[in-house]
Design a protein around this ligand. Sequence first.
Ligand SMILES: [Zn+2]
Length: 89
Amino acid sequence: MKTSTSSQTNSVSKLYCSIFGHQYDVTKLVTKHVKEYTCKCCKKQLTTNSNGNLTELTPTFQEINSILEYIHSKRMSRLKQKMYTTTAA
Ligand SMILES: [Zn+2]
């Protein structure tokens, strides 16, 4: 009679995190100020919200971040192009 061990490990990790705190690693740089984090221990994901605070990475935030990332990369490439043309001229 074996119950699923995966859920057990997960609850142990969660317990560990609740005692020692999450071990967040930056998993994605969305913009200069917005990052995505994943806990090495329980795989909980966080992101920076518009107020600059950390919040749980929900599907809504994932969507917002992908839009932000798109806008940011467009802006950066345009900026780079502008810089290149001014230095070249
Ligand atoms: Zn954790």
